[in-house]
Design a protein around this ligand. Structure first.
Ligand code: ZN
Ligand code: ZN
Length: 534
């Protein structure tokens, strides 16, 4: 059965360069997408740049720029990073596009029409001099605990996080005037209405989820889960499609996460797919959401409740691919700590498949890991050069030297053939469960077994003693190489393309490649060079 597969990669926020932590969290999405395309499924794989909200507004103000300039600058950089690493998004867009805005407004109206958004008036901090309602970041005051300076939602002295209402002696950060309280109306989303449905959804749906996803979701479900403000006093963002809300914008938490729907909708339109039909809950539909562990409740609580509010027939997230962190010396990477390795830096120094292989083989799938250049180099030398590169090269170079690049047809070893066919199912089922690292290990074990087969059968001796036996051994190895080019394709596509070209193989598909007849090696090249030093 051809399935409908929706894969959503988390939307990075446009106020800093992407670092390897982002890459480690997002790369599994590309592997899943390539795998499903290989199966012939209908795949929609989307992501984009999250470009609204206060951090960008504040930064723009500081740098004397327009928020749009900042968002566009990072959107360009992110797009290049993903392209450089062969991410195969069907669409990588941004939340500032007209299409996203218009679709979000449509969804917002549907949620309102279904009765899950209501208006409420509340007292809010206001600066009479600036004529502005103030967000927590625009307020400065005194900490009720220690008397120190409190900015926004945190005390700078004792670092306690504070509610704006707790802060004493509040002043406007911009002009220093005393802050007054003034009634202001906002729209709210009835999140608590979905609590029971979410509990049921997580209980029945989380078989393959990682521990962090189950724990974080249950933690959230055990909180009070109040109604959430759906609008904000801001000018940079998506306009609220309701009269009287001209000075407000749709809150980022609602709008950015709906990007999965808006972007997927756009892809469906371009491919001529009926989108409502595509995302309908059914055995045919499967969705994956790929992100880091700090993003879990957005994908297991907030997004599903928005989907339920829009239309209960939409398929809820099936797989939650929530990575742990990739750290530097056991510390979370951050710009302020100065321990950031950006994706651009990595791409400038290493081959993309080296980076992709390392990020999966040594990535933070189920526990935090430390990034190190020496691990990356060791992994490259040991597996890509020493195992994969070696197996392909020792076979093809030998044929090139002795037989002028012509591989004679032979009989493929039966046990190896059976093992190969089975491997597609085994690796595939691991990928579908989000066990990407184990899937890659299984593929690498296959190559290790190939080298062992080569060593044990000594083709370099057989070539002199028994040419038929030599041809069978070699043909079996070439058969394995042809299947390596499929099995590794989701992980290291560029390398697999190179192998396919050298042996004139069929385009990638997630199924056994049966080779027939004599095969000619074209333009033999070394797949990976050893990296020396640190
Ligand atoms: Zn003011
Ligand atoms: Zn304090």
């Amino acid at each position: 059965m051809k399935r409908n597969i929706l894969i959503g990669g988390a939307w990075p926020y446009a106020n800093n360069s992407l670092h390897i932590g982002h890459l480690a969290a997002l790369l599994p999405g590309d592997i899943i997408a390539r795998y499903h395309r290989g199966l012939g499924d209908e795949v929609i794989y989307v992501s984009g740049t999250d470009s609204h909200g206060t951090p960008i507004t504040e930064r723009a103000k500081k740098e004397g720029k327009n928020p749009a300039e900042i968002a566009e600058f990072y959107h360009k950089e992110f797009s290049k990073n993903f392209k450089d690493l062969d991410f195969s998004y069907d669409l990588y867009t941004a939340t500032y596009t007209d299409y996203h805005k218009q679709k979000v407004q449509e969804y917002f109206k549907r949620i309102m029409d279904n009765g899950y958004i209501f208006e409420q008036e509340e007292m809010q901090e206001y600066c009479p001099k600036c004529n502005n309602y103030l967000s927590d970041r625009e307020i400065i005051g005194k900490c009720p605990r220690c008397g120190g300076v409190a900015k926004g939602d945190q005390c700078e002295e004792c670092l306690t996080s504070l509610e704006t209402s707790e802060i004493l002696d509040k002043h406007c950060k911009e002009c220093g005037s005393e802050v007054i309280l003034k009634p202001n109306k906002h729209l709210y989303f009835k999140l608590p209405e979905f609590k029971e449905q979410l509990k049921e959804f997580i209980k029945t749906n989380s078989t393959n989820w990682r521990k962090n996803a189950i724990n974080e979701s249950n933690k959230y479900l055990n909180t009070e889960m109040p109604n959430r403000a759906a609008t904000r006093q801001l000018t940079w963002g998506i306009e609220v499609p309701v009269k009287g809300y001209e000075d407000k914008r749709i809150y980022v938490w609602i709008e950015a996460v709906l990007g999965y729907l808006t972007a997927a909708n756009k892809v469906a339109e371009e491919k001529g797919i009926d989108f409502e039909e595509f995302i309908k809950k059914s055995d045919k539909f499967k969705s994956y959401y790929v992100h880091g562990k700090d993003n879990i409740p957005f994908h297991t609580i907030i997004f599903p409740s928005l989907l339920l509010a829009i239309d209960p027939n939409i398929g809820l997230p099936n797989e939650i691919i929530s990575s742990e962190y990739m750290n530097m010396n056991d510390e979370k990477m951050s710009k302020s700590k100065g321990n950031l390795v950006t994706i651009s830096e990595l791409v400038d120094n290493f081959d993309k498949d080296t980076i992709r292989y390392y990020m999966i083989a040594c990535g933070p799938e189920k526990k935090d890991v430390n990034f190190s250049y020496s691990d990356l180099i060791t992994t490259h030398n040991k597996f890509l050069v020493g195992v994969l590169g070696n197996f392909v090269n020792r076979n093809l170079s030998f044929i090139n030297k002795k037989f002028d690049g012509l591989i004679a047809s032979g009989n493929i070893d039966k046990t190896i053939k059976e093992k190969t066919i089975k491997l597609y199912d085994e690796v595939g089922s691991l990928i579908e469960k989000g066990e990407i690292k184990a899937a890659l290990e299984k593929c690498m074990d296959y190559v290790i077994s190939g080298n062992k087969y080569y060593d044990e059968n000594t083709p370099w001796i057989k070539v002199k003693e028994n040419i038929n036996e030599f041809n069978d051994i070699t043909y079996t190895c070439i058969y394995m190489i042809a299947n390596i080019a499929n099995l590794f394709y989701p992980f290291i596509p560029t390398t697999c393309e190179k192998i396919k070209k050298m042996l004139s193989l069929k385009p990638y598909k997630w199924e056994e490649e049966e080779i027939t007849g004599n095969i000619e090696i074209k333009d033999l090249q070394i797949l990976f060079e050893r990296i020396e030093g640190e």
